[in-house]
Design a protein around this ligand. Structure first.
Ligand code: DU
Ligand code: SF4
Length: 228
């Protein structure tokens, strides 16, 4: 119930004027031609996770909703090419019931995992500003607070997610090694929490910039998912 309330509150956030304008303009006049007959979500992307909140031991942290992905379907990494890669790997790793994530009614279900974004509204050019990252950070703080008692690991997709996870951990008073652990694919650090050590694992983001070019392969993704 707590996580459901959190998602309900996130879904109506309007704190960032530029992102509110962008998410709503894409959803109305800016829809991709191939999706023109579909209603768009056009709001912040709430977290998507195991409906059994008590079972969530792993948090996946992305960058931000895709304008025609989550901003269209209303579910994290759903209906875009990044999601094709992510859910296929999560399915191979036993975290997702289905290998694909097409729309919010497709029956996809996560097991023991919750997926959230660092910045929860679609940004122009997939690039949030520093102020937008700071403004959205309290939602991640709340996610960590709620999941902490059961949390075992986090997967940061990209350096922005990595930095956000470390920042949130520090704000929670968790032990974070100094100097700041560097992001890289396969980077791993243990965060000391009152409930035990939480493992933070870094991965190149599943965006086409990485998957299309071969910078991130299925084997590389399977390797980090297996460590969760
Ligand atoms: O990265 P992209 O192919 O431009 O896709 C952007 C956006 O639209 C992403 O959320 C995938 C989605 N999409 C899709 O679901 N189906 C298509 O045929 C093309 C794009
Ligand atoms: Fe709110 Fe985050 Fe969206 Fe900004 S990016 S409007 S803080 S949900």
């Amino acid at each position: 119930p707590d996580v459901a309330q959190l998602d309900a509150r996130i879904s109506v956030c309007r704190a960032c004027p530029r992102l509110v304008q962008w998410r709503e303009s894409v959803a109305t006049t800016g829809r991709r031609a191939s999706f023109a007959d579909q209603p768009y979500w056009g709001r912040p992307g709430p977290g998507f996770g195991d409906p059994d909140e008590e079972a969530v031991e792993v948090l996946v942290l992305g960058l931000a909703p895709a304008a025609n992905g989550t901003n269209r379907t209303g579910r994290m990494f759903t209906g875009d090419r990044s999601g094709d890669w992510l859910y296929a790997a999560l399915h191979r790793g036993g975290f997702a019931d289905r290998p694909t994530s097409v729309h919010a009614g497709d029956g996809q279900r996560l097991r023991g995992m919750r997926i959230v974004a660092t910045v929860r509204c679609a940004p122009p050019a997939n690039t949030p500003t520093t102020l937008e990252k700071e403004t959205c950070a309290p939602w991640l703080d709340r996610d960590l607070e709620l999941s902490a008692p059961r949390l075992r690991s986090m997967l940061a997709l990209g350096s922005i997610a990595w930095d956000a996870a470390l920042g949130a951990a520090r704000r929670r008073g968790w032990e974070v090694p100094r100097p700041k652990p560097r992001f890289g694919h396969g980077a791993e650090v243990g965060l000391g929490t009152p409930y035990g050590v939480v493992r933070l694992v870094g991965s190149y983001h599943v965006s086409q910039q990485n998957t299309f070019t071969g910078k991130l392969t299925e084997a590389m993704l399977d390797d980090v998912v297996a460590r969760l």
